[in-house]
Each structure stands twice: as structure tokens, then as C-alpha cells.
Design a protein around this ligand. Structure first.
Ligand SMILES: C[S@@+](CC[C@H](N)C(=O)[O-])C[C@H]1O[C@@H](n2cnc3c(N)ncnc32)[C@H](O)[C@@H]1O
Ligand code: SF4
Length: 362
């Protein structure tokens, strides 16, 4: 573990559709010595697909659990991104794509979603500057963050790990806590980076030269981070208590089933029929056809479900009004509201989607 590569940052391209004020990756840096290559060189000499894939193979052999960050520039501008992601998916290589998620990039994300079986992770910028009065809509950094905030919410049901990359500076640090809270409430994890300063006169990550823009290492900043950490600990504790209560309810429910002569461990479909029948006095055969999600048009619940493979219903929480339909990677793809929940309350196990039931609840 000690001498292994754990995280690999891939600067897949220096091309980008935006020009954010703090970013030097996509611009010719003013202080660069003439003998150093310019942007033209970097855009013409990007790593080839073969080179990327061969290197991924080598790293996989070196450390099968290494995590890859595909960024740039804008990684979606690489035509071979689907090929790279397909290779990762097929070889169980862990990754996320860091994208600016802006308007121009949306068709490319949609195209990518069609070309790969799934995307493991999508990260996009949402900086606290969007909550600041000083934020200028002319700065691409502002535009990408506004777009990122809305769009990340939409991707939470489609992509497994959706993360907000928060780049914070001294002007926006006071809004960091509020932003992380907003994102958490939207089900989005946050990754926080502080704006960096330019370190060399050559090509550098950062365009920032004024150190007063950097987040200061003082008590005020420590307190902000501490508040974020305290919230996180409180959330974990609340989830732990909720889970304990849930399992207790399930235990009681299983006991009640057993007392009524129903085997709680009977095959799921039978269990489901029994409970439906028992609770609503429905005619048992009325309910059941297992939905084959692979046949075109089989999904009664709307777009996108037809090609997702074996879809299952999970009952996430007993008290929750609704069920989450998950695909076989565990990604939530659909929420079904009442009245079915009254019927299935308390069932812990995952059950096969049954067409008639779904139609009943829509
Ligand atoms: C260079 S970008 C590349 C990926 C994509 N184009 C984007 O903007 O998300 C990766 C991350 O670096 C951040 N970044 C850009 N300039 C920075 C700087 N000077 N200091 C710290 N982070 C910076 C961006 O906000 C973004 O979250
Ligand atoms: S931060 Fe990202 S979106 Fe902005 S210019 Fe740099 S690479 Fe492009």
C-alpha cells in the first residue's frame, strides 16, 4: 500500500470550451519562456487512446484499486472518452470524470451515456462564489458553477457517484458551509479544493498570482471546516439510529408474518403476492407478470428503463412513501409513489418488478 499509486490525475486534454479566470491549463501562460511549448503544441500532441489504455493496464497491474480522475481542460471534448471508459468498466477500473458540465457539453454527456454501459462517476464544479454578491456572470467560472449545480441534481439518478468539485477562495469561503449543506440536501457529495496560486512561470494549473485571494489558514476558516465536519458526524449518527429503528421494524414485521403462518423467507415473488393478498384482499393472480426489462417497450414507467437489464424494486425505508427502483448496479432509476407502499411496508428484501403492480401505482 505504502509505495503504490493510489490516485491518478489524467490531464486528457488542454482544450476547453470555457476560460475560467483562475485556470491556466487552457491558456498560453503570459510568463512562459519562449523555448517552452505553447497551447498549439499541447492540443496537437494529446496522449493517444492506445497510450491511455496501455497505461491504465499497467496501473491496474500495479494497484488494482487505483482511482483515476479524468480531467483536463474539458475531458468530454475527447472523442475517444467512451472507448477509455468502456475499457475501465470492462476491467473494473475505478474513475470519475471531472467536467465543467456547461451547456455546450450536455450533448456530449448524453452521447457518452449512450456509448457506454454506465458512467461510474461524474464530478463538476459548484463553487460558493455562486452565492456571493461579487460573482460576475461574465466569468465562465460562475456560469459553469450555476449550470453544474442544477445539472448535478439531474444526474444523481443516472450516474452512480455524483460529486460537486468545490473550488473555494478567500472571497467565497464564507459561503462554503451553506453550499455544502445545499448539496448534501440534494444528495450530492462535495469535494473541496482551495484555489491554488501559480507556482512556476511555465505552464501551471493556476492563473492566480495574488496570494490574498487564497483561503487563509486562520481560526475563522478552521471553524467553517469544523462545522461541516460536525454536520457530517451528526448525519451519520442519525442514519445509524434510523437504520437500527428500521431493522427493528423489519424484525417485528417478520415475526408478525411468521405468526400469521407466512414464511418470511419464502421466495420473494410469492412473499410479495402473499402480502398483497393479505393486506389488500386482492385476487392473488391479478398481480403477477415478472417484467422483462430487456424486451423493448416492457417498461411501463417511462423512458430509459427498457435497456437497463434486471431492474429490481428495493424498499429503502419502511416509513418512506414510495419505492425506489434500482438497476443492477444499484443506481436509483425511478421512484414509485403510493399506494403500493401500504401494501409492501415492512418488506426488507428486494422484489422483482411486476408489471401489473407498477401500473396500479402509476
Ligand atoms: C482544471 S478543471 C478541469 C475539469 C473541468 N474543466 C472543470 O472545470 O471542472 C478541474 C478543477 O480544477 C479547478 N481549478 C481551476 N483552476 C484552479 C485553481 N487555480 N486552483 C484550484 N483549483 C482550480 C476547477 O474549478 C475544477 O474544479
Ligand atoms: S477550470 Fe475547467 S472549465 Fe474552467 S477553463 Fe479550466 S478547464 Fe476549462
Amino acid at each position: 500500500m505504502k509505495d503504490q499509486i493510489q490516485i491518478v490525475s489524467w490531464l486528457l486534454t488542454r482544450r476547453c470550451n470555457l476560460k475560467c479566470s483562475y485556470c491556466a491549463i487552457v491558456k498560453d501562460y503570459g510568463l512562459k519562456p519562449v523555448k517552452y511549448p505553447d497551447m498549439k503544441h499541447y492540443t496537437e500532441k494529446e496522449m493517444s487512446t492506445e497510450y491511455v489504455i496501455e497505461t491504465l493496464k499497467k496501473i491496474k497491474l500495479h494497484n488494482p484499486d487505483a482511482f483515476h480522475l479524468f480531467y483536463g481542460g474539458e475531458p468530454l471534448l475527447r472523442r475517444d472518452l467512451s472507448e477509455i471508459l468502456n475499457f475501465c468498466n470492462e476491467n473494473d477500473i475505478h474513475y470519475t470524470i471531472i467536467t465543467n458540465n456547461s451547456d455546450d457539453i450536455q450533448p456530449l454527456i448524453q452521447k457518452l451515456l449512450h456509448e457506454v454501459e454506465y458512467i461510474q462517476g461524474l464530478t463538476s464544479s459548484v463553487d460558493p462564489m455562486i452565492l456571493n454578491d461579487y460573482a460576475t456572470p461574465e466569468d465562465d467560472r460562475y456560469k459553469k458553477c450555476i449550470a453544474g449545480l442544477e445539472r448535478l441534481k439531474n444526474y444523481t439518478g443516472v450516474i452512480k457517484d455524483v460529486v460537486a468539485e468545490i473550488t473555494v477562495d478567500n472571497n467565497s469561503i464564507d459561503n462554503l458551509y451553506t453550499l455544502v449543506k445545499m448539496l448534501t440536501e440534494a444528495g450530492i457529495n462535495s469535494d473541496i479544493t482551495t484555489v491554488d496560486v501559480a507556482k512556476t512561470p511555465y505552464y501551471d494549473f493556476s492563473n492566480v498570482t495574488d496570494e490574498s485571494q487564497l483561503v487563509q489558514r486562520d481560526q475563522h476558516v478552521k471553524d467553517i471546516f469544523q462545522k461541516i465536519i460536525d454536520d457530517r458526524i451528526a448525519e451519520e449518527e442519525a442514519a445509524r439510529i434510523e437504520n437500527a429503528e428500521r431493522f427493528e421494524k423489519i424484525r417485528k414485521y417478520r415475526e408478525a408474518l411468521a405468526a400469521d403462518g407466512i414464511d418470511p423467507d419464502m421466495p420473494v415473488d410469492d412473499h410479495f403476492n402473499t402480502v398483497v393478498t393479505k393486506t389488500q384482499n386482492l385476487e392473488k393472480p391479478n398481480v403477477i407478470t415478472t417484467l422483462d426489462m430487456e424486451s423493448p417497450g416492457a417498461a411501463p414507467m417511462g423512458e430509459g428503463l427498457g435497456d437497463l437489464g434486471n431492474v429490481e424494486i428495493a424498499v429503502p425505508q419502511i416509513d418512506e412513501i414510495g419505492l425506489i427502483v434500482k438497476d443492477d448496479l444499484g443506481r436509483p432509476v425511478q421512484t414509485i409513489a403510493k399506494p403500493l407502499i401500504e401494501v409492501v411496508q415492512g418488506i426488507e428484501v428486494e422484489v422483482k418488478v411486476m408489471e401489473d403492480i407498477l401500473q396500479t401505482c402509476m
